[in-house]
Ligand binder design. Structure first.
Ligand code: FPP
Length: 247
């Protein structure tokens, strides 16, 4: 799609217009590899290429925040070899992409308990976050060892500690107070949540934040996702009418 098409997508015609925040459950790497008689890691590698293409396309569209579900708190149940392959890919990706991200004004944030990936990866992530903190073109949020229920529990615990210490009045706790304790604090909520590979589940992803998100389930396997698929998803979103509980 041409740059002209990107501006067409941006122009609102009474529909929802351009989403500020797109969140994606990247699913189907394993099936992509299986269909080609390749090891699962080959699907993840191709998935990392799809990540690159999708980030570029999101920047081209002018999306403010792109959140990618790279590793769930349940993914530790996978064989050790696959977990190690995913960690290796992430490390490789960060080392290879941080220059381009930084040069293109992308700010990196991570949600989830990423320190469980060990000190080396945590340091790489901390450095990348620190280095890009002032960037404004787009925020890339990577969900790592992320689970929405765990995130909400951690936020509730922080509120309970604040209440016990007398820093907050329990009667004053509202949605905003809890929101400010989530890993996503200060980010706008996702407008469009996409899941690839034909599965129709949220799988513990952004359960609080996606309260009013438009959901889009596409059959494309994640390694086949990219610019064209993101443009199509954003066009679909643009035709929707959002009511946020009103009429
Ligand atoms: C789901 O496919 C995908 C994942 C669990 C991992 C996502 C990781 C990447 C796209 C690569 C690295 C990420 C970054 C940010 C560089 P699946 O394995 O569950 O596929 P299946 O359901 O077909 O088995």
């Amino acid at each position: 799609m041409s740059a002209a098409s990107a501006s067409t997508l941006r122009a609102s015609d009474g529909g929802a217009g351009l989403p500020r925040h797109v969140a994606i459950i990247m699913d189907g790497n394993g099936r992509w590899a299986k269909a080609r008689h390749l090891p699962r890691v080959a699907g993840h590698r191709k998935g990392a290429e799809a990540v690159r293409a999708t980030i570029r396309a999101a920047r081209e569209l002018g999306i403010e925040v792109l959140t990618l579900y790279a590793f769930s708190s349940e993914n530790w149940r996978r064989p050790e070899e696959e977990v190690s392959d995913l960690k290796g890919l992430l490390r490789h990706y960060l080392l290879g992409e941080i220059e381009e991200l930084a040069a293109n004004g992308v700010r990196l944030r991570v949600i989830g308990e990423y320190r469980r990936f060990g000190p080396e990866l945590a340091r790489l992530l901390d450095d990348a976050i620190e280095r890009t903190v002032g960037n404004r073109a787009m925020t890339l949020v990577i969900a790592l060892n992320y689970g929405a229920q765990d995130e909400i529990v951690r936020a509730a615990r922080a509120l309970a500690e604040d209440a016990l210490a007398g820093r907050i009045d329990p009667a004053a706790i509202d949605a905003e107070t809890l929101d400010a304790r989530l890993d996503t604090r200060e980010l706008p909520p996702p407008d469009l949540l996409i899941r690839t590979s034909g599965e129709r589940r949220l799988s513990n992803f952004l359960l609080w934040q996606a309260a009013y998100a438009e959901l889009l389930f596409v059959d494309t396997l994640w390694p086949d996702f990219g610019r064209e698929a993101l443009f199509a998803a954003v066009a679909d979103y643009g035709r929707r009418e959002r009511r946020f509980g009103g009429l």
